[in-house]
Design a protein around this ligand. Structure first.
Ligand code: RUB
Length: 335
């Protein structure tokens, strides 16, 4: 039977665990569980073994900055001196518990703040399946706001089905549309609400592929775009000019292998995320408050702090200059 650590890593890779916040919490839970069972004769050995577990988790999905931020934030507990493996284990477990609690509280707080930006009679559009974006809609509905939602299908993995499931359960009237219908309906939309996998220092938002097209269409029709994201989705290393790597997934997700053989000279491309420049985003709702994207630097400097990771690893390790990074039109991270 695989360990919970290996199992979690596999599930994140296969997207059985998905969504930036859930990925972060699952990784921290797996580390916590691993720390309780790992055999070590010294604190140093314990640190080393936990470091190996950290590396395994970090290799699973490259784009969601929440993953390295979460993992580095709990691993920071192991940088201190401990008299015994037992005390290191205990303190590490406390750090994991505290991360998970704060992460869940952050989503609730984002819901409360985001709900204030949803008005009676609004038509919303959401893309992908974001816990933080849904928290805003669910809270707005709970406090009695009357609105409707357009939810996209989200090719190729159909996360839109999860979204309409949640919205439908809550009783929120929802229209389900194919991704390419977003611009067709945009003139009817008052507010686009999406989540984020990563936010760079210049306020560029990395989210599910297709988000930037939607934001562009919203910009053209003067529709507001609100991003809901916990502060640990901001990418500290982008201050240093690092790029956020965009994950490109298996072509078979787009064109099943049984069909792929019929075509010649075709390469299927399957980027999982894209980059929306700050100028197409009106507001980022975090648990610390709602900010314009241009204030991303303040979140990184004052709230997220430099203690997430020791800057010897993290986003930089997975940097791949040029191809598949946030480098691209309007998306250079360090402004
Ligand atoms: C999920 C996605 C979500 C963000 C934010 O992509 O792009 O919008 O992760 O989600 P995938 P949350 O399905 O490929 O993981 O607000 O739940 O963290």
């Amino acid at each position: 039977m695989p360990s919970m650590l290996a199992d979690t890593a596999e599930k994140i890779k296969r997207m059985e665990i998905r969504g930036a916040g859930r990925i972060a919490r699952a990784a921290v839970r797996a580390l916590q569980e691993h720390s309780s069972s790992v055999q070590a004769g010294s604190v140093e050995e314990f640190r080393e073994k936990m470091g190996e577990a950290e590396t395994l988790l970090l290799s699973t999905r490259p784009t969601a900055v929440s993953l390295p931020n979460a993992v580095h934030s709990v691993m920071a507990a192991l940088r201190r001196d401990y008299p015994s493996v037992g005390s290191a284990r205990e303190e590490f477990s406390r750090a994991c518990e505290s991360f998970v609690i704060r992460s869940e509280q952050a989503v609730r707080k984002i819901g409360e703040i985001g709900a204030r930006h949803i008005r009676d009679g609004d038509v919303l559009l959401t893309h992908c399946n974001s816990e933080a974006a849904l928290a805003c809609m669910l809270e707005a509905w709970r406090i009695g706001r009357d609105f409707t939602v357009f939810a996209t299908e989200v090719r190729p993995r159909n996360q839109g089905l999860l979204t309409i499931g949640t919205l439908g359960e809550a009783g929120i009237p929802t229209n389900f549309i194919v991704d390419s219908a977003a611009r067709y309906f945009m003139n009817e939309v008052d507010l686009v609400v999406v989540g984020a996998d990563a936010i760079s220092v210049n306020g560029a938002v990395v989210n599910k592929i297709g988000t930037s097209q939607i934001a562009l269409a919203a910009h053209e029709s003067r529709t507001r775009v609100m991003v809901a994201a916990e502060t640990y989705k901001f990418a500290p290393r982008t201050i240093l000019g690092e790029y956020i790597q965009i994950e490109e997934r298996d072509p078979s997700e787009v064109l099943p292998s049984e069909f792929a053989g019929k075509f010649r000279n075709v390469r299927v491309r399957n980027p999982a995320f894209d980059v929306t420049p700050a100028e197409y985003v009106d507001l980022i709702v975090t648990e610390a408050g709602a900010i314009p994207p241009q204030m991303a630097y303040i979140i990184i400097r004052d709230i997220l702090g430099w203690d997430i990771g020791d800057f010897n690893h993290g986003v930089s390790d997975r940097r791949e200059e040029g191809k598949g990074s946030t480098r691209g039109p309007g998306s250079a991270p360090a402004g």
